[in-house]
Design a protein around this ligand. Structure first.
Ligand code: ATP
Length: 235
């Protein structure tokens, strides 16, 4: 329906073997909005994104895309339905060139257009088109991975720790890119270690702690009144 969230996790629980990692997690990402998912290490952020994209099956609960229950759909079908997951680490095909990586991800039938769009967003990639992705610097690989969120023309994007291990100047590039995505109207669910920077581009925020949602509200609200300390503090 028109009112449905772009993405919804409804009462999701998940575990690795006997270890419960998510407990009754519910979250929604409104169409065209940015949602931050933050919390200490090991809280279950990555697992939440993996459940959303279908890489992991929840033990209970549902995943919905625009109101449709996709819990039993494999990742590739969710991707076809407009979901793009940019995983933690470098989500690129190391043995393909930059150009080939972009074409693999592209929704456009026009290779020239795909390259133009990607290099418009990340000019640096334009200088590396014929290079194997595995030989790029970490920052360039991350740019290439993030390009998928653009050239695949998704409606829902999940980004996991895009700034991890990157030099500060490249981190700026990453956040600029996330802002650009926002202007494209995609629904973005973002996990990043720079919680304050993530909150600054987000409308809504959730805080996960030990597998449970402990804050669900405006991103701005979390920054005020020591809320941040209270929720993000380790332990
Ligand atoms: P981080 O930022 O450190 O990646 P996170 O919030 O993304 O943290 P998850 O990666 O979702 O957290 O992990 C949640 C919990 O599940 C952690 O306790 C982690 O040790 C555990 N875990 C993650 N992956 C596995 C796995 N493949 N097998 C067993 N336990 C796992």
């Amino acid at each position: 329906t028109a009112e449905a969230p772009a993405l919804e996790l409804r009462g999701v629980s998940a575990s690795y073997g006997q270890t419960a990692v998510l407990r009754d997690v519910s979250l929604r990402v409104a169409p065209g909005s940015v949602t931050a998912l933050i919390g200490p290490n090991g809280a279950g952020k990555t697992t939440s994104l993996r459940v959303a994209s279908g890489l992991m099956r929840p033990s209970s609960g549902q995943v919905l895309l625009y109101g449709t229950d996709v819990t039993r759909r494999p990742p590739a079908r969710r991707a076809k339905g407009g979901l793009c997951h940019v995983p933690e680490g470098r989500g690129v095909y190391r043995n393909l060139t930059v150009r080939e990586n972009l074409l693999m991800q592209s929704a456009s039938g026009d290779p020239g257009e795909t390259i133009d769009i990607a290099t418009g967003v990340f000019p640096r990639l334009g200088e590396r088109l014929s290079q194997k992705a595995g030989t790029l610097s970490g920052g360039e690989q991350q740019m290439l991975a993030l390009s998928a969120a653009y050239v695949a023309e998704p409606s829902v994007v999940l980004v996991d720790e895009p700034s991890l291990g990157l030099a500060p100047i490249i981190v700026d590039t990453v956040f600029e890119f996330l802002k650009t995505l926002r202007t494209k109207g995609v629904a973005l669910l973002c996990v990043d270690q720079y919680a304050l920077r993530t909150l600054a581009i987000a409308d809504h925020a959730y805080v996960l702690r030990r597998g449970e949602i402990v804050y669900d509200g405006a991103a701005a609200g979390l920054v005020e009144d020591n809320m941040f300390e209270k929720y993000i503090g380790e332990g």
